[in-house]
Design a protein around this ligand. Structure first.
Ligand code: SF4
Length: 335
């Protein structure tokens, strides 16, 4: 395996071996915590990375030690040249994976499989069709649910990501865990996080502790097994004994996991974000188009990385709208 070179190691010694690439700013859903009500100002088409540029930039990261690439969006499956992107990126010595809302994933089983994708994360915030429609502003629950079952049948390793919000789906924790009884999926509860336009506040967020309290109302201590987390894992993993699947909690707000962060993000318009919460980003695409090397910019971005949450290292700072609203909306970051 290629050694991680210095341009991907930050001032805290964290080696960035995982690149998340947002392929598109568009989506076929309109999730309220991701896409601001008023929509977003899309980048002009010419400002978006072509598939060659995605490949060239990704190859540079892989040459310096990136071993994992996750494709995100918006919704990556609606990008017209996705099959070409998959083919080109699958030629790199890297673990390729994708995050999708699964609404149209049934049409991509072959290109996903033939390009070596084994891990698929699916965003699903409710097991109730009415609530699904409310949060996504689209009536696609049946297709999404059916496609999750299809992905499992097709042998993909499926993680279901659910953003948990009080007063919306905080009463579905146990339903989601029971969803893993006969299905070998990992359901991951994500603490609601602040991004531009998603009307976040601390009161709406269901914390790691509150989720575990709910778990222990329905399952006894010895039924709940704590699993070993992977290195660099964002989630704390559990399993109900005897269940085929598992569940996990991603607690960026109350229990951040920044110490072991190995993630960088490339936006669809070729900007490098050194952290999900960072409002600063550096332009790789313009330099690439001008034939200039991009390594110095990558190095600069990684060196500038804060220890935690883009500098919002306290709950007070995280609650400061002036700080978190400077960031992009989630739809143009890709989670
Ligand atoms: S908040 Fe930023 S530093 Fe922390 S784990 Fe996420 S991306 Fe890494």
């Amino acid at each position: 395996m290629k050694k991680t070179t210095s341009i991907l190691t930050d001032s805290f010694g964290r080696k960035h071996t995982y690149l998340r690439i947002s392929l598109i700013e568009r989506c076929n859903l309109r999730c309220t915590y991701c896409m601001p009500e008023e929509g977003i100002k899309l980048s002009p088409r010419g400002h978006l990375m072509s598939y060659e540029e995605i490949y060239t930039i990704a190859k540079t990261f892989v040459d310096h030690g990136v071993t994992k690439i996750r494709l995100t969006g918006g919704e990556p499956l609606i990008r017209k040249d996705l099959p070409i992107i998959l083919k080109k990126l699958s030629s790199l010595p890297v673990e390729l994976s994708i995050t999708t809302n699964a609404v149209i994933v049934d049409k991509f089983i072959d290109p996903l499989k033939s390009n070596g994708i084994k891990n698929i994360n699916v965003s699903l915030d409710s097991l109730d069709a009415g609530k699904f429609k409310h949060i996504t502003r689209r009536n696609e629950f049946e297709r999404t649910y059916k496609n999750i079952l299809l992905l499992v049948d097709e042998g993909f390793k499926v993680k279901v990501n659910a953003v948990v919000m009080k007063g919306f789906n905080d009463n579905e924790i146990i339903d989601f865990i029971n969803f893993t009884k006969d299905l070998p999926v990992s359901v991951r509860f994500i603490e609601f996080m602040p991004f531009d336009g998603n009307k976040w506040n601390m009161e709406k967020m269901l914390s790691y502790d509150e989720i575990m309290q709910q778990v222990h109302t329905s399952f006894s201590e010895d039924q709940v097994e704590r699993l070993t987390d992977e290195p660099n894992d964002t989630s704390k993993n559990y399993k109900i004994k005897g269940f085929k699947g598992s569940f996990a909690i991603i607690s960026s707000v109350t229990n951040p996991f920044c110490d072991t962060c190995n993630r960088l993000r490339l936006t669809a318009n070729g900007q490098l974000k050194n952290c999900l919460f960072s409002s600063s980003e550096l332009d790789l695409l313009t330099n690439l188009r001008k034939g200039r090397p991009i390594e110095p910019i990558i190095k600069k971005a990684v060196e500038a990385k804060f220890k935690m949450r883009g500098g919002m290292d306290t709950i007070e700072k995280l609650q400061e709208p002036k700080l978190h609203s400077q960031n992009r909306s989630m739809i143009t970051i890709g989670g």
